[in-house]
Design a protein around this ligand. Structure first.
Ligand SMILES: NC(=O)C1=CN([C@@H]2O[C@H](COP(=O)(O)OP(=O)(O)OC[C@H]3O[C@@H](n4cnc5c(N)ncnc54)[C@H](O)[C@@H]3O)[C@@H](O)[C@H]2O)C=CC1
Ligand SMILES: O=C(O)C1=N[C@H](C(=O)O)C[C@H](O)C1
Length: 282
């Protein structure tokens, strides 16, 4: 029986990495749930807090695990919240050591998505642009609304607005792109993805999805899907109050990959949060 999950956090000194460290250390454990033990807190070798205690960096008191650039000799699962340029090294390390991986980093290139698909042939990997339960539920609802409205008399215009903190490096958000992918699939046929509008754009066409990225203050993430018809509209809004919805979702994904405490880990495959949350449509 595997009652402890040895967790390595990649990007541990970042905004999200710190919350993963804090929640993993503090989690309230149901009697039959495995506990997390943070065996590595990995970040860039030039990070100014390198060598400090990861718990102190996360603001929760000492954990006796130092922030390091070195991969552990042993871990049951890795959670990655880093940067696209850091992800390849993380995937390579997981492949080398055979460690299941949760990938939460966004802004990946097509080559990186292919690398994940390839890695998923030999490792169990959960990859999702949002680990939040509310966001994943909203994705399912957005697809249902699209299906219900796509042939409505007068038509429906679907636009995706996302708001994030001023420090965010990628736009639009990975979550907005995933909403767009699911909505386009529910619309059917050819769909144009239009990022912002400026100048003499002409009238809006019927087969486009618009994306608008707002960067303001410390917003931890908000998405609004507007379904505009002639005479009425629906706005589906999902907003985080803080980052813990993503951190706890990533921990749930890590626990799901490791399997229940009888030690049955997931087989190799590229999974997503719908799989983790039991909302997969396959
Ligand atoms: N899937 C999800 O639910 C969520 C995904 N994200 C994504 O997670 C990523 C991180 O977000 P934040 O924590 O806000 O960013 P951040 O910039 O605060 O943290 C990134 C961390 O990665 C570290 N890093 C950079 N290069 C590295 C390397 N070579 N090796 C190891 N660590 C390295 C940085 O030093 C930093 O500590 C972003 O792509 C963001 O979009 C953020 C929130 C939720
Ligand atoms: O950078 C962030 O903060 C977030 N990024 C993710 C994304 O790009 O979708 C998820 C969440 O919205 C927060």
């Amino acid at each position: 029986m595997n009652s402890t999950i040895k967790l390595a956090v990649h990007g541990a000194a970042g905004r999200m990495g710190q919350r993963v460290v804090a929640l993993a250390a503090a989690e309230d454990h149901a009697p039959r749930q495995s506990r997390f033990q943070i065996v590595a807190a990995i970040d860039h070798p030039d990070h100014p807090k390198m060598g400090q205690d990861a718990g102190l960096v996360a603001g929760i008191g000492e954990l006796n695990t130092t922030l390091s650039a070195t991969w552990p000799s042993e871990a049951d699962v890795v959670i990655d919240f880093s940067l696209p340029e850091a992800l390849d090294g993380c995937v390579d390390a997981c492949l080398k050591h055979g460690i299941p991986l949760v990938v939460a980093t966004t802004g990946l290139s097509d080559a990186q998505k292919e690398k994940l698909a390839e890695a998923g042939k030999s490792l169990p990997i959960v990859w999702a642009p949002s680990m939040s339960l509310a966001v994943n539920l909203s994705m399912r609802i957005a697809a249902q609304i699209t299906t219900a409205l796509k042939d409505v008399a007068g038509g429906v215009d679907i636009e995706i607005l996302e708001r994030h903190h001023r420090f965010k490096a990628d736009a639009p958000s990975g979550t907005a792109l995933k909403f767009g992918e699911l909505i386009a699939s529910a619309m059917g046929g050819e769909v144009d993805h239009i990022h912002g509008r400026e100048g003499h754009t002409g009238q809006r066409t019927r087969n486009e999805i618009g994306y608008h990225a707002i960067r303001v203050g410390d917003n931890p993430g908000e998405h609004t899907i507007v379904f505009g018809m002639l005479g009425e509209r629906i706005e589906l809004n999902v907003a985080a109050s803080n980052r813990d919805c993503y951190a706890s979702g990533a921990l749930a994904a890590a626990r799901w990959l490791c399997g229940p405490s009888d030690g049955t880990a997931k087989p190799a495959g590229l999974y997503n949060m719908f799989d983790v949350l039991g909302m997969s449509d396959e």
